[in-house]
Design a protein around this ligand. Structure first.
Ligand code: FEO
Length: 165
């Protein structure tokens, strides 16, 4: 059985994952109307789907452990970006915040001696490590590319096969 504190914290995480999904969906919609960013668009949409899956996993967990997963209202995400680099910078910053939030959850689980939740959260800990790495790689590449259009062309092509594995 989850404690009230744990339930509230997990519900907050559900909101965060939903917001992540929405934010990346907005990035996908923005990149879809930019010329030549087919790969990037696919990446953002796929990432948005993954965040929804992260949210759903939490919803099931809370409900299975005797809580009630609250489906939250969402604020409108950022819709436009001055550049692709800025979009990826935001993605990276966002992922850092998610990692921080997962770490806080782990701390609460340990404090409550809730080892089942602690165990459940380990999947998120690993996932965040990978997500941070991927976002950092993208940012590093875009930094190198700068305004070079052929570099951007290759980035868009390569991102289609870049994954967390
Ligand atoms: Fe589910 Fe990228 O945080």
């Amino acid at each position: 059985m989850l404690s009230q504190k744990m339930k509230d914290a997990l519900n907050k995480q559900i909101l965060m994952e939903a917001q992540s999904s929405q934010a990346y969906l907005a990035m996908g919609s923005w990149s879809e109307i930019q010329p030549g960013l087919k790969g990037v668009t696919q990446f953002f949409y796929r990432h948005s789907d993954e965040e929804r899956m992260h949210m759903l996993k939490l919803i099931h967990y809370v409900n299975e452990r005797g809580g009630f997963a609250v489906i939250p209202a969402l604020a409108q995400p950022v819709l436009t970006f001055v550049s692709l680099k800025k979009a990826f910078e935001q993605l990276y910053e966002h992922e850092l915040k998610v990692s921080e939030s997962i770490n806080d959850l782990v701390e609460i689980a340990l404090g409550e001696k809730d080892y089942a939740t602690h165990n459940f959260l380990q999947w998120y800990v690993m996932e965040q490590m990978e997500e941070e790495r991927l976002a950092r790689d993208c940012n590093d590449k875009l930094e190198l590319i700068g305004d070079d259009k052929s570099g951007l062309y290759l980035f868009d092509r390569d991102i289609m096969t870049m994954d967390k594995a």
